[in-house]
Design a protein around this ligand. Structure first.
Ligand code: FAD
Length: 467
C-alpha cells in the first residue's frame, strides 16, 4: 500500500492525525505540499507569514526525511488547479489513498470537496486543529452555540468526559533520506525573529508553562510585559497543536484546570476562544465571505474615511497607545491581544471605518494571521460578531493606555518621538510636546473620542429604528 499525506496548515510530525493514520498500517508513505501563490495573494495573507511558512516547511522536510518520508512541493496558482494536479500526482505515483487534516475556510472546504469528487482513490480527512471536533458541540436544538460562555461550558464538559488524544510521531518507515533545501517563491518579509519548527514551538510552550502559566491571568493584559505565550504563529500554521498545549498545561500543573479560579484556567480559556471561532467558521460559512455574524449589522453606515484609515494604519492617530500598537504591527508582524482589541475598537468605533478593512490590513501584516481568530476578533470589536457584550461598549483609547501601559513603557518603545515625554502626560502628550519639543511632528488626535463614541452608538441605534 502507498499513502500520500497532503500537508497544509498542519506543519508538524507529532500529534498529526493524517500522518499518523497514513503510517499506521505499515504502508509506504510520501508527503506533498501544494503551494498556491495566487490563492495566498487572493486571501491577503502576509509576506512575513509566507516566509515563516517556507522556513517551517524546510524543517518539516528534514523531519520527514529522518522518518524515511520524502516531501514534494508542487506549485499551482490557485485552489482551482489543485484537484487536477493531485489526481495526476496520485495516479503517476500509484498511491492508494490520500490523507489530510481538515481546513476550515470556505475556499479550503470547496477545494477539498472538489478534490474528493475528482480522485479515484479514498481521501481520508481528520480533525487536527481542535481539541474538540467541529460540529460536535451543539445546543439542545442541535445548533452551534452563538455565544462563548455556554460553548465553553460544553467544551469543558466534553474534555472532562472524553479527555484529549495526543498522537506520537510515527515510527521511522525506513532509512533516513537526504533532502534538498526547499523554499516558497514570491515576495517575503523576514520572519527570522521567530525560530522555525516544532522543537522551537515545543520549547516556547514548555518555557511559557513553567514561567508564566500561573501568572497569566494577572499579566496577560499588559503589552510591555512578556506575559502571554507568543505561540500564535505556531498554532496558526499547525506547527503546534492545541492537544500539545493541553499536555503542557497538565505536565506543569499535574492536572487540567476545569473551572475559573484554578491555576492555568485563564490560559486554557484562551484556547477555548480559539476553538469557538473555529467552530463558528464551520457552522457559519458567511464568516468566510466577508459577511457579518449578525446579519442586521450589514446595514451599518460605515465611513469611507481614507485619510483616517491611512493614519490608523501608519500609527499617526495622535492616540499614543493606538499608534504604538500599529507601528509595532508594521515592524514586527505581531501584536499583543489587548492592543488588537484597542486598535480594532478605535478603527470601528472612533473612526467608524468598516471592520473588513481592518481585518484585511491585519491579515496582510500578521505572522499569525488566521481567518477564524482574525474575523472573530474584528467582529467582536466592531459589535457585529458573536458577542454577548452590548454594542455601546466602546474602548476609550486614552484610559485603555492609562490602565494597561500605565508607565508608558510600551508607548516609548514604539514612538521614539515620545521618548522624552514624562509619564504623567504620556497618554495625552500634545500640550507638553508643544511646550518642550519644537517641531516634534507627533499629530494631534485625529478624532474627539467623546463625540466619536456618541456617533458609534447612534450608528447602532439607527439599526433598531429599521426593525
Ligand atoms: P496567548 O494569550 O498566549 O493565548 C494562547 C493562544 O490562544 C494564542 O496563541 C491563540 O492561538 C489563542 N487565542 C488567544 N486569544 C484568542 C482570541 N481572543 N481569539 C482566538 N484565539 C485566541 N489570533 C490569531 O491567532 N490570529 C489572528 O489573525 C488574530 N487576529 C485577531 C484580531 C483581533 C482584532 C483580535 C482582537 C484578536 C485576534 N487574535 C488573533 C487573537 C489574539 O489576539 C491572539 O491569538 C493573541 O494575541 C496571540 O498571542 P499569544 O500567542 O501570546 O496568545
Amino acid at each position: 500500500m502507498r499513502h500520500l499525506v497532503w500537508f497544509r496548515t498542519d506543519l508538524r510530525v507529532a500529534d498529526n492525525p493524517a500522518l499518523y493514520e497514513a503510517a499506521a498500517d505499515g504502508a509506504e508513505v510520501e508527503a506533498v505540499y501544494i503551494d498556491c501563490p495566487g490563492q495566498w495573494r487572493c486571501h491577503g495573507n502576509s509576506s512575513i507569514q509566507r516566509d515563516f511558512m517556507s522556513r517551517n516547511l524546510q524543517v518539516l522536510n528534514e523531519q520527514l526525511a529522518q522518518l524515511g518520508i520524502p516531501l514534494t512541493v508542487l506549485t499551482v496558482d490557485t485552489f482551482a488547479e489543485v484537484p487536477a494536479v493531485l489526481a495526476s500526482w496520485l495516479t503517476t505515483h500509484t498511491f492508494d489513498a490520500l490523507y489530510a487534516n481538515r481546513e476550515l475556510g470556505i475556499d479550503e472546504r470547496r477545494r477539498d470537496k472538489a478534490v474528493q469528487q475528482t480522485l479515484l482513490v479514498p481521501c481520508r480527512v481528520y480533525n487536527g486543529d481542535c481539541v474538540v471536533d467541529h460540529g460536535s458541540l451543539t445546543t439542545r436544538s442541535g445548533d452551534m452555540y452563538k455565544v462563548f460562555t455556554p460553548f465553553a461550558k460544553s467544551w469543558l464538559a466534553s474534555l472532562r468526559a472524553s479527555g484529549y488524544r495526543l498522537l506520537p510521531v510515527p515510527e521511522a518507515l525506513g532509512e533516513p533520506l537526504s533532502c534538498e533545501p526547499l523554499s516558497l517563491s514570491g515576495e517575503r518579509v523576514s520572519s527570522e525573529a521567530w525560530s522555525a519548527g516544532e522543537a522551537a514551538a515545543a520549547q516556547r510552550l514548555t518555557q511559557f508553562c513553567r514561567l508564566s502559566l500561573r501568572d497569566y491571568g494577572e499579566l496577560r493584559d499588559f503589552p510591555a510585559e512578556d506575559g502571554t505565550s507568543s505561540l500564535s504563529p505556531y498554532l496558526a500554521l499547525g506547527i503546534l497543536s492545541p492537544n500539545q498545549c493541553l499536555a503542557a498545561i497538565e505536565a506543569e500543573l499535574e492536572q487540567l484546570p476545569f473551572s475559573r479560579g484554578e491555576p492555568g484556567f485563564v490560559w486554557l480559556n484562551e484556547l477555548i476562544w480559539r476553538e469557538f471561532y473555529r467552530h463558528l467558521l464551520v457552522a457559519f460559512p458567511r464568516l468566510s465571505m466577508e459577511r457579518a455574524f449578525k446579519p442586521e449589522t450589514e446595514a451599518l453606515q460605515w465611513s469611507q474615511d481614507d485619510e483616517g484609515f491611512r493614519a490608523w494604519r501608519e500609527g499617526q492617530t495622535g492616540y499614543p497607545i493606538v499608534d504604538a500598537a500599529m507601528r509595532c504591527l508594521k515592524q514586527t508582524g505581531w501584536m499583543h491581544n489587548r492592543l488588537r482589541m484597542i486598535v480594532a475598537s478605535f478603527l470601528t468605533k472612533d473612526l467608524h471605518i468598516d471592520w473588513r478593512r481592518g481585518e484585511a490590513w491585519f491579515m496582510s501584516r500578521l505572522i499569525d494571521g488566521e481567518l477564524a481568530a482574525n474575523n472573530g476578533g474584528w467582529q467582536w470589536a466592531a459589535g457585529t460578531g458573536a458577542d454577548a457584550a452590548p454594542y455601546f461598549r466602546v474602548f476609550n483609547p486614552t484610559t485603555q493606555g492609562e490602565r494597561f501601559d500605565a508607565d508608558g513603557d510600551f508607548i516609548r518603545r514604539w514612538l521614539p518621538e515620545l521618548a522624552e515625554v514624562p509619564t504623567r502626560v504620556i497618554h495625552a502628550p500634545h500640550d507638553w510636546l508643544d511646550n518642550h519639543v519644537p517641531g516634534h511632528g507627533y499629530p494631534k488626535p485625529i478624532v474627539d473620542h467623546k463625540r466619536a463614541r456618541l456617533h458609534a452608538i447612534a450608528m447602532f441605534d439607527a439599526l433598531k429604528d429599521r426593525e
